[in-house]
Design a protein around this ligand. Structure first.
Ligand code: SF4
Ligand code: SF4
Length: 134
């Protein structure tokens, strides 16, 4: 039986809280969830460059077809954690995919708070700030 996947960006289940930003505590729980870690063409170029690899080598070694066959995902280890999780951290942190950078503030799923240790921080009210409309 396949383990439960915790969804991905673009799902219809994301609920965002206005006025709150969640600060990641790097607990790595989301890197150990089963499921796709989407990588775009642009991200593949960035990651391969960061790792000092040819794109073709990176693609053949570290990616697979996404579950819905619409593009590529990073591969996972036998225990389902991401192949880029090494020594308690992300090997490609400076260029990690937007799927990783966007969780949980840009996408999430029901029950995510029970698994993620990110700390909610109030976002200051920017009304009247220099970037607001007159
Ligand atoms: S987003 Fe949440 S689950 Fe992922 S590493 Fe940060 S605190 Fe952990
Ligand atoms: S690429 Fe990095 S941040 Fe994203 S799931 Fe893999 S180890 Fe975690």
């Amino acid at each position: 039986m396949n383990p439960i996947s915790h969804g991905s960006p673009g799902n219809d289940l994301t609920v965002l809280e206005s006025g709150v930003h969640y600060v990641c505590q790097r607990c790595n729980a989301c890197c150990q969830w089963p499921g796709d870690v989407r990588v775009s063409d642009h991200e593949i170029t960035q990651i391969a460059d960061f790792l000092g690899m040819a794109e073709s080598d990176f693609i053949s070694r570290y990616t697979r077809l996404r579950t819905n066959r619409t593009g590529l995902s990073l591969v996972e280890k036998e225990n389902h954690e991401c192949v880029m999780l090494e020594n308690g951290g992300c090997r490609i942190h400076p260029v990690k995919p937007s799927q990783c950078a966007g969780f949980p503030n840009k996408w999430n799923f029901p029950g995510w708070r029970g698994i993620c240790r990110a700390i909610p921080v109030p976002v200051p009210n920017t009304l009247g700030g220099k970037n607001s409309s007159p």
